[in-house]
Design a protein around this ligand. Structure first.
Ligand SMILES: NC(=O)c1ccc[n+]([C@@H]2O[C@H](COP(=O)([O-])OP(=O)(O)OC[C@H]3O[C@@H](n4cnc5c(N)ncnc54)[C@H](O)[C@@H]3O)[C@@H](O)[C@H]2O)c1
Ligand SMILES: O=C(O)C(=O)C[C@@H](O)[C@H](O)[C@H](O)COP(=O)(O)O
Ligand SMILES: [Zn+2]
Length: 373
């Protein structure tokens, strides 16, 4: 039985070219999911819930019951949890599963889980029969504040992050912040990496709100979760509405990702995405400070806020030359030049195409040198 909402459901509509494309519903239970999903007219349509092995144990039953009441037939596809399964093999198994259950263009996928589930379900939806509908029901902090919005879908290839993918929009994003209570510490910290990134790139006000409310946020108080997720969703929406397919300013959302993605790969996906982004933010902020753009006290403040949320601000046991090599394959390479995101201030980021290999190396030196020296 799904509890009623205490946080009144709020709709944040995402537009493209001025037209409403999909709503993001933000609340604190699954109570209003049937009503939101019913807007898509699911009668006569088959639904495949895609989820990972951990989330299946926690929320699959509840979500199955909800879709049972509003659609033709429910099936579910469960894959092993973790980034190493965000690949074409899992997508292939899902295609086979959909074919086996005679899914056609009228049918729909539901991504129930974190960013891994959302990215691979979205990519499958984009490519199966040249595109079928999908819904995002994000269950990690990271997926609620970042990956479920904006239509970047895809999978890793040869451990290179998100090398195969498509821009493909969901029909609905349904966010229930109460599921964040079951999230392990490490995954909460991972989501905070992207949350702090949002403040850094676009809103000093949001950044300082996070700082001022850090205790309540770390305690995951429901009203603070709702306010924080909303703040991040609004920033993400503003950026993706302005530049849906990353021709320009959407690249700001990649703050911390250039080195972050390379570190994630080099660590063999043993460190969470948000932790790698966090440490990548330190590297990018370090370079911004060295160039005289970011004030030293702002750089220190960022390191302290990340550390407060248990996001690593330094790295041990990493092969720096492998990391620098992996950067060369980053999607932000533009005719052999890397598009790097730097900070002019906390809340103000810019795209820079002049960051040299030596500068990146110096940032990696900073991350890997023992602190206090
Ligand atoms: N598409 C985008 O715009 C975008 C944005 C940011 C990140 N990403 C991608 O997202 C992925 C990372 O997503 P993630 O951090 O959500 O990882 P994830 O999907 O692997 O989830 C992390 C872990 O948390 C578990 N989990 C999920 N919800 C839970 C809950 N409520 N309670 C307990 N456990 C739960 C999962 O089973 C998994 O083990 C990366 O692949 C990254 O590249 C994509
Ligand atoms: O939505 C975006 O745009 C982002 O860059 C969000 C990032 O947090 C996310 O990790 C994204 O998947 C990275 O995209 P990529 O194109 O650099 O792989
Ligand atoms: Zn990210």
């Amino acid at each position: 039985m799904t509890a009623e909402n205490k946080v009144e459901p709020e709709e944040i509509m995402v537009h493209q070219n001025g037209k409403p494309i999909y709503p993001v519903i933000l609340t604190d239970s699954f109570y209003s999911l049937p009503k939101s999903a019913a807007q898509l007219n699911l009668s006569g349509r088959k639904v495949c819930i895609v989820t990972d092995s951990r989330v299946a144990k926690l929320y699959l039953e509840e979500i199955k019951n909800i879709f049972d009441s509003i659609s033709e037939k429910i099936v579910y596809f469960v894959f092993p949890a973790g980034e190493p399964y965000k690949n074409l093999d899992t997508v292939k198994s899902l295609y086979e599963y959909l074919i086996c259950h005679s899914f056609d263009r009228n049918d729909i996928l539901v991504a129930l889980g974190g960013g891994v589930t959302g990215d691979l379900t979205g990519f499958t939806a984009a490519t199966y029969l040249r595109g079928i509908d999908f819904i995002q029901v994000p269950t990690t902090l990271l997926s609620q504040v970042d990956s479920s919005i904006g239509g970047k879908t895809g999978v890793d290839f040869d451990a290179y992050k998100n090398m195969v993918g498509a821009f493909y929009m969901p029909r609905l994003v349904y966010i229930n912040v109460s599921v964040l209570k079951s999230l392990p510490e490490e995954q909460f910290a991972s989501g905070m990496g992207e949350v702090i990134k949002h403040g850094c790139i676009r809103s000093g006000e949001y950044y300082h709100w996070l700082e001022a409310n850090k205790e309540s946020i770390r305690q995951r108080k429901t009203d603070f979760m709702a306010a924080m997720v909303k703040g991040s969703c609004l920033i993400k929406r503003a950026v993706v509405e302005e530049d849906p397919t990353e021709k320009g300013i959407r690249a700001l959302l990649n703050f911390g990702h250039t080195l972050g993605h390379a570190i994630e790969k080099e660590k063999g996906f043993t460190l969470s995405h948000g932790a790698c982004v966090g440490v990548g933010c330190v590297a990018a902020a370090y370079l911004s400070e060295r160039r005289g753009m970011l004030k030293p006290e702002e750089f220190k403040n960022l390191e302290e806020l990340l550390a407060y949320f248990r996001i690593p601000v330094s790295l041990q046991d990493i092969n720096v030359s492998n990391v620098l090599d992996a950067v060369k394959h980053d999607k932000k390479m533009d005719s052999g030049v890397i598009r790097f995101i730097l900070l002019r201030a906390l809340g103000d980021a810019c795209i820079d195409k002049t960051v040299s290999a030596e500068e990146m190396e110096s940032a990696m030196d900073y991350l890997t040198k023992p602190r206090g020296e």
